[in-house]
Design a protein around this ligand. Structure first.
Ligand code: NAD
Ligand code: MG
Length: 394
């Protein structure tokens, strides 16, 4: 029986992973090792009972007593806190889903790779923050990473049986997010509610706002560079409002392989869960005649400064990715709290990167976990200062 753990089990990706597991037989079909969650203890305990997990871990130490109580008599062990989450990744599992949101997902993913687990990677932040480290550890321990981000799963599938050396370009599709049709001069006034109205995908709150600002696409461009090892100038972004093509690979003979499907994350979660086989998935089938047409347009960099910043981060590499992601997380926190405006997020990230110019080093792709964590910490502190200053000026 295959053993399996889910980090971030109570989130949007985690729930959809659990859904596919339940449909495939649940506790009868998988040996569930660890399930982790944030603050939704009742849901975490419920899943852990149903799937008969060995251990359930919540993010906050102060929630441990309640989690224990909720698991009483179930035979599921309870644990809490970031260290317990990282420790849970040391429990041997064949397949591990990394679906915590943000840089907090890095450590458990890294530990899982170091134990040779196959890592289904939804947490793109870990590749942006520490791509070279993650890829090197995977190679060192003979562990495989399967991308779960829909674009990267699409690219991965379009590469099956092909030689990466014959790839000319990778074309990432983007929906354009909730505000894609807003006049440029109104964007600065967009509220959290406005940015949450995603046209196609139902996702967690943070990634939905990152889609509206295209910080999500910026992270994905860097994720593409790190995971597939292509050069930055081989990566293109195109707005495709219908979100039916999930991304494309262009080969040197001019052929383009595209992956199409309904906008449902269970495509890519299911592909990673069943890989290398394909199993039936409960996703809508496309009726192309009814869809009629698909449209495309080039992204406007004035509207999406995050895309320009991603290019700068890739040119610099080193610890710039860790700083970029951390500053983005802090800027998003301040936008969510109402301190800064929608367009200020990119301003905060850019100012943070500029102010850390001397501290990030450059040119090298080698890094230690300690260096990554220290760049992350430095950027969070700096971005917080800059965001508070901007909030004061508003
Ligand atoms: P979400 O907010 O719905 O869920 C996040 C999960 O992580 C929850 O279980 C939450 O409790 C937990 N969590 C949050 N902060 C934590 C912390 N500090 N420590 C431990 N656990 C913590 O997020 P999501 O939308 O499911 O996204 C998860 C990851 O997958 C992100 O990296 C996101 O970029 C990526 N992703 C998501 C989608 C999607 O459709 N939702 C698509 C592509 C990629
Ligand atoms: Mg994506």
């Amino acid at each position: 029986m295959r053993s399996l753990s889910i980090f971030g089990a109570t989130g949007s990706i985690g729930e959809q992973t659990v859904d596919l597991m339940q449909r495939a037989g649940g506790a009868e079909a998988f040996r569930v090792v660890a399930l982790t969650g944030g603050r939704n203890l009742s849901r975490l305990a419920e899943m852990a009972r149903t799937l008969r997990a060995e251990v359930a871990v919540c993010a906050d130490v102060s929630d441990l007593a309640e989690l224990r109580e909720r698991l009483a008599g179930s035979g599921v062990a309870a644990a809490a806190g970031p260290e317990a989450i990282a420790e849970a990744a040391e429990r041997q599992a064949d397949w591990v889903m990394s679906a915590i949101v943000g840089a907090a997902g890095l450590l458990p993913g890294l530990r899982a790779l170091q134990h040779g687990s196959t890592l289904a990677l939804a947490n793109k932040e870990s590749l942006v923050t520490a791509g070279p480290l993650l890829m090197a550890e995977a190679t060192r321990h003979g562990a495989r990473i399967l991308p779960v981000d829909s674009e990267h799963s699409a690219i991965f599938q379009a590469l099956v049986g092909e030689d990466i050396g014959s790839v000319e370009r990778i074309i990432l599709t983007a929906s354009g997010g909730a505000l894609r049709d807003w006049p440029l001069d109104r964007l600065a006034t967009a509220t959290v509610q406005d940015a949450l109205a995603h046209p196609n995908w139902a996702m967690g709150q943070r990634i939905t706002i990152d889609s509206a600002s295209m910080f999500n696409k910026a992270l994905e461009v860097i994720e593409t560079r790190e995971f597939f090892g292509v050069a930055p100038d081989q990566i293109e972004v195109i707005i495709h409002p219908e979100s039916l093509i999930h991304s494309m690979v262009g080969y040197r003979d001019g052929a383009i392989m595209a992956h199409l499907g309904a906008p449902d994350m269970r495509h890519s979660i299911g592909y990673a869960l069943n890989w290398p086989e394909r199993s039936h998935l409960p996703v809508a089938r496309l009726d192309l005649a009814q869809i009629g047409q698909m449209t495309f347009r080039a992204p406007d960099l004035a509207r999406y400064p995050a895309l320009r910043l991603a290019r700068e981060v890739m040119a610099r590499r080193g610890l710039a990715g860790a700083a970029f992601n951390a500053a983005k997380e802090v800027a998003l926190d301040h936008f969510l709290a109402g301190g800064i405006g929608f367009m200020d997020m990119a301003g905060v990230v850019e100012a943070t990167l500029e102010s850390l110019d001397d501290d990030l080093g450059s040119g090298t792709a080698r890094m230690t976990l300690e260096e990554v964590q220290s760049a992350d910490h430095l950027a969070r502190t700096r971005a917080g200062e800059i965001a508070r200053r901007r909030a004061g000026e508003r």
